[in-house]
Write a protein that binds this ligand. Structure first.
Ligand code: BT5
Length: 264
């Protein structure tokens, strides 16, 4: 089995701002943790960390990201934008748009699921986990971690993921053929660069608008679990902070900062 190396990705990359430095590892606990450590030690913006497998891949809210070797992409990018700390979650949206664009080039049935999932044919193919280190009320660095199921077969997903495999998919499963991971990684880095620069130049409204155009649940009836509560209503939009607004049947609107959405 071929591991994913920084050289193989750099050979294909047309950009330098992101991916000018790429560290690749056979196995780490979590690429987000390696990235945080490097960022704390001064690694520049655009540094990319990739691992062939993760022993402690992380999702949100202490959840696990299943990260077997040889088949997928586990990548973290260090950003150092001159923005307010409260705007750091916008980078999750930037990464989701970049992911959706990279995947849509191969499979048109690609949608974003709030806040950080990418669905292909209705199943989760990728997730984004963003971490931030502030200095005062500004950002010191943001780590954007991206996991994409690329060449896992259904059989592998069932074996590695158990029940989770029912809601998961891979690009290979959707497309019916293997994808070159280094090409996918370089395409994704290029999209990240495009959308990150749009964010820096044009600001939040452009990103919110582009994100909503790729969102699968706009004006759909949803059930949301958050803060130990469950509500039902119409997912109307996200606000300028990326929080989800759900209009309940009693006419009031609930703002959700972190939670899980199930379309009804
Ligand atoms: C996420 O969390 O979707 C964020 C995933 C981010 C993973 C990347 S990999 C590189 C970087 N380093 C890390 O340590 N993490 C990032 P969340 O929305 O909480 O989704 C987690 C849930 O997705 C789990 O509870 C499972 O139900 C499901 N899941 C776990 N592994 C999966 C996989 N490989 N494919 C699809 N679904 C999965």
């Amino acid at each position: 089995m071929k591991t994913l190396t920084s050289e193989s990705i750099k050979k294909l990359l047309k950009t330098e701002a992101i991916g000018g430095i790429i560290y690749s590892f056979e196995e780490v606990g979590s690429t987000n943790e390696v990235a945080s450590e490097l960022a704390r030690n001064g690694a520049p913006e655009g540094t990319v960390i990739i691992a062939d497998s993760q022993s402690k891949g992380k999702g949100r809210l202490q959840r696990r990201w299943i990260s077997p070797p040889g088949v997928n992409l586990y990548m973290s990018v260090i950003f150092r934008p001159a923005i307010a700390a409260k705007d750091a979650p916008l980078l999750t949206l930037v990464a989701s748009i970049a992911l959706a664009e990279t995947i849509k080039g191969k499979e048109p049935d690609t949608l974003i699921k709030w806040p950080n999932d990418i669905l292909v044919k209705g199943k989760k193919v990728a997730g984004v986990l963003t971490g931030m280190q502030p200095i005062g009320n500004k950002v010191d660095f943001v780590i954007v971690g991206i996991g994409v199921n690329i060449n896992m077969t259904r059989e592998m997903m069932e074996r590695e993921m158990g029940e989770v495999s029912e809601i998961a998919t891979s690009l290979r499963e959707a497309l019916g053929y293997d994808i070159k991971r280094e090409k996918f990684a370089s395409d994704l880095i290029e999209e990240l660069e495009i959308w990150y620069h749009k964010f820096l130049k044009e600001g939040k409204p452009r990103i919110i608008k582009e994100w909503m155009e790729r969102w699968g649940a706009i004006n759909r009836r949803v059930l949301v679990r958050f803060d130990g509560k469950v509500i039902e209503g119409i997912a109307s939009r996200i606000d300028e902070n990326g929080h989800l607004l759900v209009k309940k049947d009693d006419g009031t609107t609930e703002k959700i900062i972190a939670g899980d959405v199930i379309p009804l």
